[in-house]
Design a protein. Structure first.
Length: 424
């Protein structure tokens, strides 16, 4: 007995009706990035495992339990399907000396892979678009990245996405904070759950964003990172907030926001909606000034974000925003001796002139072909029958209104099609 083949759990087909929305969405995103001067970068889906271990951090959910890692048996290398693209972007920037003549603004999009428990809004293959601004120090670029997102939500007509902002300081400030935090958590260890206890020493900052109410109670009385910031970190955070206020972007400072990847310093932020249930974070990012050095490159600052395309598309669907529907301009119906050859040539000539044309395939009588023409959504049927062949003409029949069918000399169809389409 053969087993029915299905897609891998947590990995989705995007069927044509829905894929049309993706295509449109991706076009909007590409044009929006271009307006801000970000340039498109493509990196491989597979990277050496060491890249993610070093960049994301050993004691993170992603590296501990979510990576699709395997040994390439042919050369005994450990490879991993990328769980995110910041590490790959910085690797590529170092490898190709992309910062040799100054800072760079880059963007990417594509599939990412994390072996998480699948649920609504959380998949094992999911898609992100993201931006990385490399080589810029000031809070102005942090603000630009956030303002960009705000502008995109507006352009897409998405409402109710709120911004949460925090700073996690410099590594030295974080170390001092971490020591005090661990002391506080230890004093309340009996109230911590297994997960928090495990993180207590390995990655105590992650205890801050625990969802468990008992742990949250302990966290509520914990010291806050803000009290540990030095002058430079405070100035960065204040500079960012000033720019956001000046551009009318609302935010709340959430001192518990720490993010799930270890490469961050100073600014961290998330865009969150309540309209998608538990998986409401549509975009997250922050600054990672230590990452270049950590990956063996010349030290350079970096800041960026990535947004979850499935989640944004779900929001778009919910908001009722439909992509413009591209229907064929014409559907070519053909019947009789020599008609296929003529119809085939006509279809190619019209497409070369820029029209969207579907040529009937699969046989069938005139009536059934006309039914298919109608169902295709095309504005016009172009009929090539025996009479038309004899006359060297094509019959143009508007399908969406009551205008009469007209015979047009074959050589004039391309030139006159606009006129027919205008009326439909
Ligand atoms: P992240 O927070 O891990 O950050 O992911 C960014 C976004 O990707 C999330 O806010 C969410 O919308 C989406 N996402 C993550 N995991 C899943 C999943 N399993 N299913 C569906 N959507 C998901 C990063 O990846 C960083 N590289 C962001 C960054 C760029 N920081 C600086 N530069």
């Amino acid at each position: 007995m053969s087993t029915r083949l299905q897609a891998v759990r947590g990995m989705n087909d995007v069927l044509p009706d829905e894929a049309a929305r993706w295509l449109w969405f991706e076009d909007v995103v590409a044009a929006w990035f271009a307006r801000y001067g970000y340039r498109y970068l493509r990196t491989p889906l597979l990277e050496h495992t060491a890249l993610f271990r070093r960049a994301i951090g050993e004691v993170t959910d992603i590296v501990e339990k979510e990576m699709y890692t395997f040994t390439d048996a042919l050369n005994d290398e450990s490879l991993t399907l990328r769980p995110e693209a910041t590490a790959s972007t910085v690797r590529a920037a170092i490898e190709h000396s992309l910062l040799h003549d100054g800072p760079r603004r880059l963007w990417y999009r594509g599939p990412m892979y994390r072996h998480e428990r699948p649920q609504k809004g959380r998949y094992r293959e999911f898609h992100q678009f993201g931006a990385e601004a490399l080589g810029f120090e000031g809070p102005d670029v942090d603000a630009e990245l956030i303002a960009m997102c705000a502008a995109l939500w507006k352009e897409l007509g998405l409402e109710g996405i709120r911004l949460e902002l925090n700073t996690i300081g410099s590594p030295a400030e974080r170390a001092a904070y971490r020591a005090d935090l661990v002391r506080h958590l230890e004093r309340h260890e009996s109230q911590l759950d297994a997960d928090a206890r495990r993180r207590l020493h390995a990655n105590p900052l992650r205890v801050l964003d625990s969802k468990n109410p008992a742990v949250q109670e302990v966290v509520a009385t914990a010291p806050a990172m803000l009290g540990y910031l030095g002058e430079a970190s405070l100035a960065h955070f204040e500079g960012l907030q000033r720019l956001l206020r000046a551009s009318g972007i609302e935010f709340t400072v959430n001192t518990r926001l720490v993010r799930g990847l270890d490469y961050y310093n100073l600014t961290v932020f998330e865009w969150i909606t309540d309209r998608l249930g538990a998986q409401g974070t549509v975009c997250g990012g922050g600054r990672y000034d230590g990452l270049f050095a950590q990956l063996g490159g010349k030290p350079a600052p970096g800041v960026g974000f990535a947004a979850g395309i499935e989640r944004l598309i779900a929001l778009l669907r919910e908001s009722g925003r439909e992509p413009p529907h591209r229907r064929p301009d014409a559907y070519v119906v053909h019947q009789g001796a020599g008609a296929l050859d003529v119809a085939f040539g006509l279809g190619e000539a019209l497409r070369a002139a820029g029209f969207a044309v579907v040529l009937h395939a699969g046989g069938g009588g005139f009536k059934s072909q006309m039914r298919k023409a109608d169902a295709s959504g095309a504005a016009l049927a172009l009929i090539v029958g025996e009479d038309e062949i004899k006359a060297g003409a094509v019959s143009v029949k508007p399908l969406r209104d009551a205008r009469a069918q007209q015979s047009v000399p074959r050589g004039e169809v391309a030139a006159r099609l606009h006129e027919f389409l205008k009326g439909s």
